[in-house]
Write a protein that binds this ligand. Structure first.
Ligand SMILES: [Zn+2]
Length: 247
């Protein structure tokens, strides 16, 4: 589509033009939800494998000869954490492409936050075995416990879907916008409606004044990019009701 080409806002006033010049780039394709889910599950299995390796080091069953056993423990916990976090990002992305139904609130929460559940499985068994193991010296126990707890909190927060969307909300947004192009800023969780002036030039929502770079795409692409809410100013301007909005 023509709107997808790079363009800047043209205004009568050249100073204004400079001030409002924006780079508008087309959104990436929404991607493949199934592929992302497979990637997430593989990473989560690897994460649990790293937890098992950390446990084997703790129990003195393996030694990879890098530093002390405490160092090895921490290495495995960090690798565990990295896989937990990347897996959860893929999973959340898949949920923004192919959202779950919110008819059953518990299932909706669980599906969206599968990463948090995996994070619990990736660290809590280690923590329990660490606390109940009598053969581990005090220093190792303390440091490993702190490391595992910190990893649990960081992994949980990074895996939680702070910006969930349901298939009902996605369908409602598609019903309003269809293939119409919406626009969004590099950060945040809202998308905006593009207006056009008499000359056919795009006019962007005033809340985008601070953003030099915008992305334009369909509402499905906006949601896939984590922009799950319609800007409340845009909703008011166009009298759109029934969609979740946010400033
Ligand atoms: Zn707006």
């Amino acid at each position: 589509m023509a709107e997808q080409k790079k363009k800047t806002i043209v205004s009568a006033d050249s100073d204004e033009k400079l001030k409002n010049a924006k780079t508008v780039k087309p959104a990436k394709p929404v991607g493949n939800a199934s592929g992302l889910r497979v990637g997430a599950v593989i990473l989560w299995v690897v994460a649990i494998a790293f937890e098992v390796l950390a446990l084997l080091v703790l129990l003195g069953k393996i030694n990879i000869h890098i530093g002390s056993s405490l160092v090895q423990l921490i290495i495995f916990l960090v690798l565990d954490l990295i896989c937990v976090i990347i897996g959860a990002q893929l999973w959340k992305k898949a949920n923004h492409i192919q959202p779950a139904s919110e008819k059953n609130k518990f299932k909706f929460w669980l599906w969206n936050n599968m990463g948090v559940v995996v994070c619990a499985f990736a660290f809590i068994p280690f923590i329990i075995l660490l606390l109940t193991n009598k053969n581990v010296d005090k220093k190792t126990k303390t440091v490993a416990l702190i490391a595992a707890l910190v990893a649990l909190v960081i992994g949980g927060a990074a895996s939680y879907d702070w910006n969930p969307i349901s298939v009902e909300e996605q369908t409602a947004a598609e019903a309003v916008f269809g293939e119409e192009q919406v626009v969004w800023a590099p950060f945040g969780k809202v998308y905006h409606i593009v207006d056009y002036d008499a000359a056919g030039e795009p006019v962007y929502c005033s809340s985008l004044n601070q953003s030099d770079t915008l992305t334009i795409g369909t509402v499905d692409q906006a949601i896939a990019a984590g922009r799950t809410r319609l800007c409340s100013f845009c909703a008011k301007r166009h009298n759109i009701e029934g969609l979740k909005t946010e400033e």
